[in-house]
Design a protein around this ligand. Structure first.
Ligand code: DAT
Ligand code: MG
Length: 142
């Protein structure tokens, strides 16, 4: 396999911060062997979240999603490593935490709380293009 060192944007969402799971999520990223190259706790504003979730604008869960994402601080991180974009998505598990596989962050630690938006603890970029865009948004100049 050819070397493909990538960077990905990871968010620990407000539910993860509130529940005290920051260390657990970062532990899993590091245990997998990825390197954390940027890390910050931040309260995101509407403008940034609108950019970040632009692809979901107009969907029924869009407004609840943005409201949820600014309901408390998020941890913003960049992780680096060979195929880390796919690798972190695999660590995170599928979007709906109820069905996410045990062993994944969402599968082990998340659940459906019966709300309008899925609270699933983490975000990870889904492609090299998204990763470049999202890292530029959250860490301009990085
Ligand atoms: P992912 O975070 O797995 O990349 P996504 O980009 O499709 O998922 O959606 C962004 C977030 O929006 C997701 O983490 C949780 C929420 N969400 C997505 N689809 C949803 C749905 N059908 N109902 C409620 N919330 C949803
Ligand atoms: Mg997504």
């Amino acid at each position: 396999m050819t070397q493909d060192v990538q960077r990905t944007l990871i968010l620990i969402k407000p539910d993860g911060v509130r529940r005290g799971l920051v260390g657990e999520v970062l532990r899993r990223v590091e245990a997998k062997g990825y390197t954390i190259t940027a890390l910050e706790l931040r309260l995101a504003d509407d403008e940034l979240l609108a950019e970040h979730y632009a692809e979901h604008e107009g969907k029924p869960f869009y407004t609840p999603l943005v409201d949820f994402m600014r309901s408390g601080p998020v941890v913003v991180a960049v992780a680096q490593g060979h195929r880390v974009i796919e690798g972190f998505r695999s660590l995170a598990g599928t979007t709906d935490p109820t069905g996410a596989a045990p062993g994944t962050i969402r599968g082990d630690l998340g659940r459906d709380w019966g709300l309008k938006v899925a609270q699933n603890l983490v975000h990870g970029s889904d492609s090299p293009k998204s990763a470049a865009r999202e890292i530029g948004l959250w860490f301009p100049g990085l």
